[in-house]
Design a protein. Structure first.
Length: 398
């Protein structure tokens, strides 16, 4: 029996535990950085299967790492990434309950397979860990883990994310900076003595006008979004405080940094022109763009072919941002996306969240875990392919 066939049999035996995790998280969603019960449940399951678990990894209360496979002479270190945070008000509308459960099922299966091999004095020839990465939806927990050097030394990192329309072997992500900008003025009665006030909302409005003008002068891959957080409290009061949030994205971090510098000039100019003062606070982490690894993506496509999972080839064109981009600058990282069963769905909606409790989600969890399991088994059995992935990554580093 092949390793893949052994793994499939084990995955089938262990799948119900993953389903239970998914339904429990779906019914009890916890928002970013508050995933205390979710992380504890996953850690308890991993420990129950004999894995050594490090909780509160890198000082993050809801991050963890568990040793899935240990080999006598490992030819590589592989990481399974696990997400489990939800969105405010609409729960697991990004499907992290299912993607996280898939990662756990892959870890349980590989751990059990390694135990079977050990009975005959064999091992997989690679080390595998599962890393719990909280707070993807808000501040970006993976960035904190990158800064804490958690991903240093890994040769390959992978997770599978749920998707509503297309299945792909990898994902692209935009680099992102997000800022809260406060404008400070001086209050006055808007009818009785407006000349004695300094209108903070004017500063915010002029800044937004300048940002709109900036759009014409940046590359087409750039995205600039904003909204007014606070613009005043009454029409007869000159507002002394106004606040906006500005989100800037681009396909490459280096160019994004130049755009951000120009955004800051727009903010400074608006404050100068309106007589206000302003303060800028970074909102969340700086997300890097996803570094695309063609070699690894092609290998995952071959795995999906072997599993008879249909997919769309090439780079996606409709892309957002994720903290896994930062991981991709430390080690080769991959983010396949797997379409949910049934009709097309839109991520970050109540309908997407509801799909996490449909019976068909179990098939999706099985497929996602198989993608991780079979990819890692392939790399274990073909170390030259892992070396090729690392070679491409190192070339990009230079």
């Amino acid at each position: 029996m092949t390793l893949e066939a052994q793994a499939t049999s084990l995955r089938q035996e262990l799948a119900k535990e993953a389903y239970t995790i998914n339904y429990t998280l779906a019914k009890n969603p916890e928002i970013s950085s508050q995933e205390f019960k979710s992380a504890a449940l996953i850690c308890d399951v991993l420990e129950a299967h004999g894995m050594t678990v490090t909780r509160e990894l890198a000082g993050l209360p809801t991050a963890f790492k568990a040793a899935v496979v240990r080999s006598s002479q490992p030819q590589g270190r592989l990481a399974i990434l696990c997400e489990y945070d939800a969105l405010p008000e609409i729960g697991h509308a990004c499907g992290h309950c299912a993607s996280g459960s898939s990662s756990v099922l892959a870890a349980l299966t590989l751990h059990a397979l390694a135990a079977q091999l050990a009975e005959n004095g064999n091992d997989l020839g690679v080390d595998v860990d599962i890393i719990g990465t909280p707070d993807e939806e808000a501040a970006g927990g993976k960035v904190d883990l990158v800064k804490a050097c958690v991903f240093d030394g890994y040769d390959f990192a992978m997770m599978v994310h749920m998707a509503g329309v297309e299945t792909r072997a990898n994902a692209d992500f935009l680099a992102l900076d997000d800022y809260r900008v406060a404008f400070h003025g001086k209050p006055a009665h808007a009818a009785g003595e407006p000349w004695n006030g300094i209108n903070a909302l004017n500063g915010a409005q002029l800044a937004l006008q300048a940002l709109d003008m900036l759009r014409q002068q940046v590359r087409p891959e750039t995205r600039i979004g904003y909204y007014i957080v606070k613009g005043g409290s009454a029409s007869n009061i000159i507002p002394d405080y106004a606040e906006i949030e500005v989100c800037v994205r681009h396909t490459e971090r280096a160019y994004l940094d130049t755009v951000v510098a120009r955004v800051m000039k727009c903010l400074e100019g608006a404050a100068l022109a309106t007589g206000t003062t302003h303060t800028v606070t970074q909102f969340g982490q700086k997300y890097d763009n996803m570094r695309w690894n063609e070699t690894g993506t092609a290998i995952i496509e071959k795995v999906m072919d072997s599993l008879s999972i249909p997919y769309v080839t090439g780079h996606p064109t409709e892309i957002g941002s994720s903290d896994i981009g930062n991981v991709s600058y430390v080690c080769p990282a991959f983010h396949p996306e797997l379409r949910l069963k049934g009709d097309d769905k839109v991520c970050h909606t109540k309908e997407f969240a509801a799909a996490m409790e449909e019976p068909t989600i179990e098939t999706t969890i099985n497929e996602a875990s198989d993608m991780i399991i079979h990819t890692m088994l392939r790399l274990a059995q073909h170390p030259e392919e892992l070396a090729a992935i690392k070679k491409e990554f190192m070339a990009q580093q230079k």
